[in-house]
Every structure is written in C-alpha cells, then in structure tokens.
Design a binder for this molecule. Sequence first.
Ligand SMILES: C[S@@+](CC[C@H](N)C(=O)[O-])C[C@H]1O[C@@H](n2cnc3c(N)ncnc32)[C@H](O)[C@@H]1O
Length: 313
Amino acid sequence: MMTMIPILQTSLGSLYQADCLKLLPTLDTESVDLAFADPPFNLGKKYSSNIDDARASQDYLAWCQQWLDEMVRVLKPGGSLFLWNLPKWNLPLGAYLGGKLTFRHWIAVDIKYSLPIQKRLYPSHYSLLYFVKGDKPAIFHPDRTPVPCCRHCGGELPDYGGYKDKMNPKGVNLSDVWTDIPPVRHAKYKKRDANALALKLMDRIVSMASDPGSLVLDTFGGSGTTYVAAELTGRRWIGCELDCSTILNRFDLINDDREHLEQIQVNKNTLFTFADLARRKKAGIPLSPKYRLEQNKCECPPAAVSGDLFATV
Ligand SMILES: C[S@@+](CC[C@H](N)C(=O)[O-])C[C@H]1O[C@@H](n2cnc3c(N)ncnc32)[C@H](O)[C@@H]1O
C-alpha cells in the first residue's frame, strides 16, 4: 500500500493533499470514531481543485457510494457517520447507507441556500444524515441549546407556561431541526468564497459523537472546519482535500478560530445566553424566578457583558 506524506501535521491531526479514494484505502479498518463528509453537491460549481461537479446523476451517486463504502469500513463499532448534502442526494445515499449502518436521524439544518425557484418550494434546509455502526452509538452527548429569545428584547419566544421550573438549567434538548446555525458571513471567520460550513455546526457534531482523544475523519476538507473543530477540542483527526491551500492558511491563523469557538461554547449548555440576558435587562423584562439557572461555566464572560445578569429582575 502506498505511503502518503501529510501536507500538514499537528500533534493531533494529519492532512493529506489527496483524493479521498486514495487516502481511504490506507486507513485501518474500524479505526475511526466519527466520520463526516461534506462532498461537492454536483451542482456544476467551480472548485479550485478543478473537480468535475456536473456528473450524470448515476455517476455522482456511484462515486459517493465508493467513498461511503470505505468510510463504513474504517468506522469503529459504535462509530458515527454524518453525511451533509442536499435532500435530493441524501435521499438515495441514505437508503444506500441504511443497508450497512443503523439510521439515527435526518437532521434538517435550516439555512437558506438559493433563491426561490418557480413552481417549487423555497429550499431552506440542508440534510445532515446521522448513522451509526451497530445498534447504538458508542459516544453520544448532544449539546443543549439556549431558549430561543427575541433578538431585540431578549424575551423568550416559546411559552413554557407552568414548566419553567422543570427546564434543565443546561438548556433545551437538541432536536433534529437545527435553526441556529448561522451562514458563514463574517469576514473574519469566512475562510473562502463558498462552501465553508459554520464552526458552530462542526463543533456540535464533533462534541456530540466524539470525545477528546477520539479519531475524527473528514475526507472533503474544503476550508478545514472539521479539522479546526477537532483540533481545538482535543480530538485526533485525519483528512484530505485536493487543494489544501485554504486549510494551511487557516491553521496559520488558528487563534481566530479559537476565539470564535470560545464564543460558541460559552453559549451552549446554558438555558439563557449572556447576550439574551443582557438584552432583556436593557429592555427591562424580568426573567421569571421559576427558571433554575446555573452560572455559565465560562469563567471569563465576554467583556461586553458584565454584572449581575443572572440576578432575576
Ligand atoms: C463542499 S466542500 C467542503 C467544505 C468543508 N466542509 C468546509 O467546511 O470548508 C467539498 C470539498 O471537497 C473537495 N473534493 C472534491 N473531490 C474530492 C476528492 N475526490 N477527494 C478529496 N477532496 C475532494 C473539494 O475540493 C472541496 O473543497
């Protein structure tokens, strides 16, 4: 078997500038805890790697099945596989994977990605398929999310009625519809023209289905969001990409992502975010004393937010 030389190596991870169908056969069977794939969607887009992104449907699906077979092979028993794609492709690919792995969820990630199309519904979600090898996941600790609140006044959007005192102080159960994943817009965090997934999305997946020290695989590196999420949370990682230039630059500036991830993490596993508490304080909206609140575990809240935000007004 060919020996491959990584183009980037950290103490936790290795990146190869290679075709995924070259890298995957070199990986040991049942060695990976979490496999993630965000392949090109066959929409005829231009990629710096000059791939053919306009194949006949059957060719595209056959190609996906090739690397999915390998991902299934390298997954440990109890390991998780996540596949990000348009519903159009995840429908047949999900059926294919169903013959090999155990289906867990079709997660709808609410992101608008194209203009409304005549005589069609407005496409507003990406599909994130979640499968495990064997009956149940070896690792599963989904984030809890904050109560959705008004962006202006910080007031709760759902009405929890008489159940406020029953709410988990760490937040709301994660559902299979994710409405809180932002498009990658902010210039500082936008690592390339298109295609980069949000760090919040990859942090959520990595935290849910791996532990520090687990091995995370992503065969379509793109701008390296998965690798950054893994690196900054102490997971081992391995991956490949045909044109690694963006990932190399991103790792040179990894402190930007570290700072961004800190902001993301301070707002998860908590019932109310600092920002929402600050907004409602400013708007003079008291928080019901029935909520059981827990001081956020971060010891250094963002400088902009200070004071007795957790005191009920
Ligand atoms: C949709 S992007 C991935 C974006 C990534 N998830 C992120 O957050 O930045 C898909 C990437 O797969 C790469 N790619 C396409 N075919 C490949 C192959 N056969 N092997 C490895 N990478 C490939 C493309 O160059 C492109 O950068």
